[in-house]
Ligand binder design. Structure first.
Ligand code: FAD
Length: 382
């Protein structure tokens, strides 16, 4: 079905971005997947071409455009299976913390180069012992005069090797009650003494995206590196999560379409028992079901995109979209792989990568179980 949320300008931007991505990103995806990390020069090219700040204010080097432009970038990168370059983590998840909560000085120092691609930003919430229960983080940032002293470990941090700046979720008041009142967001630059980037972790999927351990040992940063007020870290995180979850839903739907379209083409060509496998009723029903579910999911995500651009509070609805679209992506990638037969299990067939890459979608950005906890809470339960 024709999608109604995009104007001619959006579609023009899509063609422009696709031309750029076909030339500058697609040829490197395989190499990045082999290396377990993307090339920093690609980030700079993205920034120079204006693709890291479409939705950011013009005064800091962005384009001041609506979020649909960023959604287009997410969709096109997913279509190219360029998960190594998770631009949305940088532009739609990390940068907004600087835009929303940064002081003028912080914006000049980090937001401006983040938009040009010179300063790559990561966010470090998860720790070896704490993921879903964010208020339980053990990393501490204890004030000592004009500095905070950070101690603790983080894990599974996307862009953890490539990053220049990390938004660290830490306890500035470990005794606060309730615990989340003692949390703050502290900006730590790569190269700060006491801040170490650990292993680039080996993973089932998202092979080209660097996902790392980070550690802080008596790492001192100026108090001026605190983002927002002391003790408001948890609330700031909650305020930003709507967009983070929407981003996942947008990417999931684009990935579903990619898997589906490749499979549709394959079943028309592959033959068994003297006829195309697409002529078997099971294949037809599977693809008919997938096509139906993709239309339903896309209609919901598009409705949420429009609402998000309007500034509506859609926390429950994006949580619904996050769990539903990522479960759909897992189901579709699995069913498509099945239709490829043995070839679907081979690395050289991208459908096998779709299957592996889909697995994490229900885990990060808040697990799908946590999404249901949020939805239930907002219904007045629990
Ligand atoms: C590839 C990748 C990239 C990531 N990138 C980042 C990043 O950039 N920054 C970052 O901070 N983190 C990142 N993460 C971490 C991710 O956000 C966490 O893995 C996730 O939040 C889950 O936390 P956990 O792994 O500790 O699982 P746990 O919290 O231990 O959960 C284990 C299981 O228990 C379930 N569970 C937990 N609590 C409840 C509950 N109350 N009710 C029902 N079920 C529950 C979970 O849903 C899950 O199924 C990344 C993870 C991966 C795999």
């Amino acid at each position: 079905m024709r999608r109604e949320i995009f104007s001619d300008e959006h579609e023009h931007f899509r063609s422009e971005f696709r031309r750029f991505a076909d030339a500058e990103i697609a040829p490197h995806v395989e190499e990045w997947n082999q290396n377990g990390i993307s090339d920093r020069s690609a980030w700079r090219k993205m920034g120079q071409a204006g693709f890291l700040g479409a939705n950011q204010p013009e005064e800091y080097g962005g384009s001041g455009a609506d979020f649909l432009y960023d959604a287009i970038i997410i969709e096109e990168l997913a279509d190219l299976r360029a998960h190594a370059l998770q631009a949305s983590l940088h532009t739609d998840i990390c940068i907004p913390y600087l835009t929303t909560f940064g002081t003028e000085e912080q914006k000049q120092k980090w937001l401006v180069p983040a938009i040009t691609g010179e300063c790559l930003v990561a966010i470090a919430m998860t720790e070896p012992a704490v993921g879903s229960d964010l208020a339980g983080v053990g990393t501490r940032a204890i004030r000592d005069g004009d500095e905070y002293v950070l101690n603790g470990s983080k894990t599974f941090i996307s862009n953890g090797q490539n990053c220049d700046l990390v938004i660290v979720v830490a306890k500035t008041d470990p005794d606060a009650s309730p615990p989340h009142d003692g949390m703050s967001l502290i900006l730590v630059e790569a190269g700060t003494p006491g801040f170490e980037k650990g292993r680039n972790l080996k993973k089932l999927g998202l092979k080209g995206q660097d996902t790392s351990e980070l550690s802080f040992m008596d790492c001192r940063v100026p108090v001026a590196n605190r983002l927002g007020q002391e003790g408001r870290g948890f609330k700031m995180l909650m305020e930003q999560l709507q967009q983070e979850r929407l981003v996942i839903g947008v990417g999931s739907m684009a990935s579903c379409r990619r898997s589906f379209e490749d499979t549709l083409a394959y079943v028309k060509e592959r033959t068994a028992f003297g006829r195309p496998i697409g002529s078997f009723q099971n294949t037809q029903f599977k693809l008919a079901e997938m096509s139906t579910e993709i239309e339903i999911g896309q209609a919901f995500v598009d409705k949420l995109l429009a609402a998000h651009v309007r500034g509506d509070d859609i926390v429950s609805e994006v949580s619904m979209a996050k769990w539903w679209t990522t479960d759909l992506q897992k189901k579709i990638s699995s069913e498509c792989l099945q239709l490829f037969g043995g070839y679907g299990f081979m690395d050289e067939y991208p459908i096998s990568r779709d299957y592996a890459d889909a697995a994490v979608q229900s885990i990060y950005a808040g697990t799908n179980e946590i999404m249901k906890v949020i939805i239930a809470k907002r219904m007045g339960l629990g």
